[in-house]
Structures are given as structure tokens and as C-alpha cells.
Design a protein around this ligand. Structure first.
Ligand code: KIV
Length: 250
């Protein structure tokens, strides 16, 4: 798609029905993101989600996707431990789900791991810039502005065999510089308009996330209000005896 000048669309998916709808809508890549720790499980960071939980969700999304590519995050700390352990975890994604690839946070320091995974037949999307699994070392979520080190990370990941680079929360200039420095697709989230694809967390996009959402989110629907209104309408109908009616009874 990059070669053809077509922008790649990617959204997160964590369950069968949502993945099927996103697939039907023509989204190119579904990401079973470790963001599920926050937007599905209700944790404050992405750190608590386990490999088994990722596989549970990946299995549903993989079955739902008829045309989209499906990428699965290696959760903390499976992408940071011994490389052979990362291979075992990533291989489970390909063996136990119908998903196609894994995503791994990090760039230059992950080159050997990326190369080993790709050599083992496991496609890898690298993730540079803001790395949510590194939150406690970085001391918080912030915009990454160091263009040179971002380019070094992306180039190292491409050289190691990554098929795409996700770039999170960097300046517009950095998103452009990284994209120009590599030939594989770059997929941005809060990385400006010059990347070759865009990704958002679906729950943010549809207004299902409670509380804070980052500046880079575009909320296109208000699913929270939709669900709340449906629930109160149902509650009122049960309360006033209008549900179930004759047509809803045997
Ligand atoms: O887990 C996730 O949702 C991500 C985002 C950056 C898209 O990695």
C-alpha cells in the first residue's frame, strides 16, 4: 500500500463482533493492542495484561477478520525478557489464533529480538516513540521530540526485518523524518499527517473510553451515551411495565 501511495488504516479490536464490524468497514489492520488492559480491563496502564489474556482476545479477533491483517501486541514483559521466551510467546499467537503478526515495543535495542522472530517466521511490527510499557522508566506519557534517536530506532527495526513501524506520540517533524528514513510502512498515532498509515484505539474513536483521552484522539461517535440511553430506556420500560409487551411474549 505504501508503494501504491494508499494510506493504511488500523484500529484496535478486542472481541469478535467489533472486529467483524471493523473488518467489514474496510479497516486494513486490526490490532489486538495491550491497550485492552486499560480500555477493556479498566487498569491504569497497559502493564497488567498477560500473554494468556492477549491470546484469549486475539483468538476472537483472528476468527472475525475476513480480509484485514491482524497484529497482536506482545504484552509486558514478554517482549523484554529472554529472546527465546519472546519467540515462544509470538509463536503461540500464530499457532493458537488466526492472527498474522506481533507488535513489539522498541527500536534499536530490540533489533536482535526482531531479527530472531522474523527468522523464525513471525512477522514483526516495531513500535517506537512513546512506549506505554516503558511508562515507569520514562516517568510518564510525553511527546517524543528527539528526531535523531527516533530515526535510529526505526532504521534499526527495519534493518532487523520489521515489516512496519508504529510511531506513537511524536512531533509532526519526527513523524515525517522517520517515514522518510525507512521504506517500510509507518503507522502513526499522534505522529502527525506524514506517516503512511494512521491508528487509533477504537474505544477512544467511538467514545467508549471513560475519563481522559489524549489530544491525538478524534472521537467520532458517542457510544457511552448510546449505551447509557439504551440502558435507561430499558430500565424505565421494565419499571413502568411496558416491557415485555405482547409482541415480545409467547
Ligand atoms: O495497544 C495499543 O492499542 C497500541 C496503540 C498505540 C495503538 O499499541
Amino acid at each position: 500500500m505504501r508503494e501504491d501511495g494508499k494510506t493504511i488504516t488500523m484500529l484496535t479490536a478486542y472481541d469478535f463482533p467489533t472486529a467483524a464490524i471493523l473488518d467489514e468497514a474496510g479497516i486494513d489492520i486490526l490490532l489486538v493492542g495491550d491497550s485492552l488492559a486499560m480500555v477493556v480491563q479498566g487498569h491504569e496502564t497497559t502493564l497488567p495484561v498477560t500473554m494468556d489474556q492477549m491470546l484469549y482476545h486475539a483468538e476472537m479477533v483472528g476468527r472475525a477478520a475476513q480480509r484485514a491483517m491482524v497484529v497482536v501486541d506482545l504484552p509486558f514483559p514478554e517482549g523484554q525478557r529472554e529472546i527465546s521466551r519472546s519467540v515462544d510467546c509470538a509463536a503461540r499467537v500464530l499457532k493458537e489464533t488466526k492472527c498474522h503478526a506481533v507488535k513489539l515495543e522498541g527500536g534499536a535495542e530490540q533489533a536482535e529480538r526482531i531479527e530472531t522472530l522474523v527468522t523464525a517466521g513471525i512477522p514483526v511490527m516495531a513500535h517506537v516513540g512513546l512506549r506505554p510499557q516503558n511508562i515507569h522508566v520514562d516517568g510518564g506519557y510525553r511527546v517524543h521530540r528527539d528526531v535523531d534517536s527516533l530515526v535510529v530506532d526505526a532504521v534499526a527495526a527495519e534493518k532487523a526485518g520489521a515489516f512496519a513501524i508504529l510511531i506513537e506520540c511524536v512531533t509532526v517533524a519526527a513523524g515525517k523524518a522517520v517515514t522518510e528514513a525507512v521504506s517500510v510502512p509507518t503507522i502513526g498515532i499522534g505522529a502527525g499527517p506524514h506517516t503512511t498509515g494512521q491508528v487509533l484505539v477504537t474505544n477512544d474513536l467511538i467514545g467508549l473510553t471513560q475519563g481522559y483521552t489524549p489530544k491525538f484522539v478524534r472521537k467520532i461517535a458517542d457510544a457511552s451515551t448510546l449505551i447509557r440511553d439504551a440502558a435507561t430506556t430499558y430500565r424505565d420500560a421494565v419499571d413502568d411495565g411496558s416491557f415485555p409487551g405482547a409482541s415480545e411474549s409467547f
